[in-house]
Design a protein around this ligand. Structure first.
Ligand code: T3D
Length: 258
């Protein structure tokens, strides 16, 4: 049995662990298929958050280069594997947390950056390694990098392919938070548990709003927020949130849609 992706579901969290540690979790065809199947599993209402992580000493070294033969059509790999994966992560109606330790290189870095929240250990590093093998950033890299860190840093990261350490990544806004190496697993599990207990429907609507904000004018975005907030206001979690506030108690969100 192929165990290159470990999938565990517990207490509302679907935990996905890239599991080819001897290859720094470089991504293969079977791993892509397993990731897509897991993201379909994540549509289950019992899943309220996804945690993506890697086994061994690093998060992910991108595409497995041993699969790349001289007659290989790179565009086809993107079309068939990476692009659907990045879209599935972005469009998943649940929050996706990525915990990065060690190296996140090439499409491995951009896989992490496609997630909603990225937490990294102090010794983690992000490398747009593509240029080292004559490629351009893919898996959404040329889209997400300028938006996260600005054009100047995005271009230098892509063109020089130098590692960006976790502290720098946090300071630049590439990722959410850096934690000590020994605290990563615990912190990631705690954030995932928190996400799984929050109003899932509100997070689905937030993801929709953020996805549209890149193209929208302020005016259009205000209209979209109006519509999405109207939908959020119809959920049981909104009613519970207000009720809990008035009763001065913690809210018990169910994640159920309206
Ligand atoms: O069609 C398409 O495929 C298009 C899609 C492209 C998407 C991409 O992701 S392109 C970019 C692919 N990734 C890279 O170019 C990164 C290659 N790896 C490295 O540069 C280095 O491994 C790292 C900087 C990531 C880490 O360096 P280090 O010194 O910590 O580890 P290492 O010794 O290089 O790697 C450990 C093992 O993993 C090693 O195997 P060995 O010698 O112990 O048998 C190494 O060959 C293997 N490995 C690392 N990265 C990959 C890999 N094997 C296959 N593919 C890899 N990407």
């Amino acid at each position: 049995m192929d165990d290159s992706l470990l999938v565990e579901q517990d207490a509302g969290v679907l935990r996905l662990t890239l599991n080819r540690p001897d290859r720094l979790n470089a991504l293969t065809g079977p791993m892509h298929a397993a990731l897509m199947a897991a993201l379909r599993q994540a549509q289950d209402p019992a899943v309220r958050a996804v945690l993506l992580t890697g086994a061994g000493r690093g998060f992910c070294a991108g595409q497995d280069l041993t699969e790349v033969t001289p007659d290989h059509d790179l565009g086809a790999t993107l079309e068939d594997r990476f692009n659907p994966l990045i879209r599935a992560l972005r469009e998943l109606p649940k929050p996706v947390l990525c915990a990065v330790h060690g190296v996140a290189a090439g499409a491995g870095a951009n896989l992490a950056l496609a997630c909603d929240i990225v937490v990294a250990s102090q010794s983690a590093r992000f490398i747009q390694a593509f240029v080292k093998i004559g490629l351009i950033p893919d898996a959404g890299g040329t889209w997400v990098l300028p938006r996260l860190v600005g054009d100047a840093r995005a271009r230098a990261m892509a063109m020089l392919g130098e590692p960006v350490g976790a502290a720098q990544a946090e300071a630049w806004g590439l990722i959410w938070r850096v934690v000590p190496d020994e605290a990563l697993a615990e912190t990631a599990a705690a954030i995932a548990a928190t996400l799984a207990a929050l109003p899932t429907e509100a997070m689905r609507l937030m993801k929709q709003a953020f996805a549209a904000s890149g193209q929208n004018t302020l005016d259009a975005q205000l209209n979209l927020e109006r519509d999405l907030q109207r939908a959020a206001g119809r959920t049981p979690d909104f009613r519970e949130g207000v009720q809990a506030f008035l009763e001065k108690r913690p809210a018990r969100f169910t994640g159920r849609p309206a």
